[in-house]
Design a protein around this ligand. Structure first.
Ligand code: MF3
Ligand code: CO
Length: 231
């Protein structure tokens, strides 16, 4: 359901629509497929999806006034409850003609997730996931957000472990078959300093106003590697 909802957003997202329109797409499709949008009313979050544009790092709140512009990069973060289980994934969308630097940030952030996935296997340590992501991001001149990270996911939206993307190699929890967690690094073109919007207490922005990108997958550790459950 989570994947189908994001596919539906991908088919319909365009310049000139509002982030509220994206919220409607997500609410409609989730309901049609028999799921529940997990963000709605989660700790007071008022909408069915998070939409975070340009310097918004995460947890943007869809609204009628915010219109997608040519050149924007946007993260759409979808989380679904289905038969009591949670899933969580997000994608970036480039709206119209995006500048090369932002486009590269978006592509590199996806690469970072793929590198992180390559460390997911039984009896590897969780810290290696964050280490390869941070090393790659640094090599491209980016900064990885430190204060927010991924999480276990299953019977609750956010479970243990906390999945940091600035960890050192061979540290952290042992990965074992059956564990399910997200990989969702937020990678910034400028500083890794962030702040939370004081008006809504949710939306996280980069301190310097430079763009930030994020992709998120839900991954399960299997007997011999991993399986992506949502992307
Ligand atoms: N989907 C976000 C995550 O990746 C969590 C959003 S919480 C919400 O963990 F309330 F803002 F939806
Ligand atoms: Co998540």
């Amino acid at each position: 359901v989570n994947i189908a909802v994001l596919d539906y957003v991908a088919e319909n997202i365009h310049a000139g629509m509002s982030t509220e329109d994206i919220d409607r797409l997500v609410a409609e499709k989730t309901k049609e497929l028999g799921g529940i949008a997990a963000p709605l009313n989660y700790e007071g979050f008022p909408k069915s999806v998070c939409t975070s544009i340009n310097d918004a790092v995460c947890h943007g709140i869809p609204n009628e006034e915010e219109i997608l512009q040519d050149g924007d990069i946007i993260n759409v973060d979808v989380s679904t409850i289905y038969k009591g289980y949670f899933s969580d994934s997000s994608r970036m969308f480039c709206i119209g003609d995006v500048d090369d630097v932002s486009k590269k940030l978006v592509e590199d952030t996806l690469k970072a997730v793929q590198l992180g996935l390559s460390e997911v296997r039984p009896f590897n340590r969780l810290g290696n996931v964050g280490a390869v992501i941070n090393e790659f991001a640094q090599s491209q001149g980016y900064k990885v957000v430190r204060d927010i990270g991924g999480h276990g996911v299953g019977l609750e939206f956010h479970e243990d472990p906390f999945v940091s993307y600035v960890t050192r190699r061979d540290t952290g929890m042992l990965l074992v078959p059956g564990m399910v967690f997200t990989i969702e690094p937020m990678i910034n073109l400028g500083t890794d300093e962030i702040f939370i919007d004081s008006d809504n207490d949710w939306t996280v922005y980069t301190e310097d106003g430079a763009p930030s990108a994020q992709w998120e997958v839900t991954v399960a550790v299997t007997e011999d590697g991993y399986e992506i459950l949502a992307y």
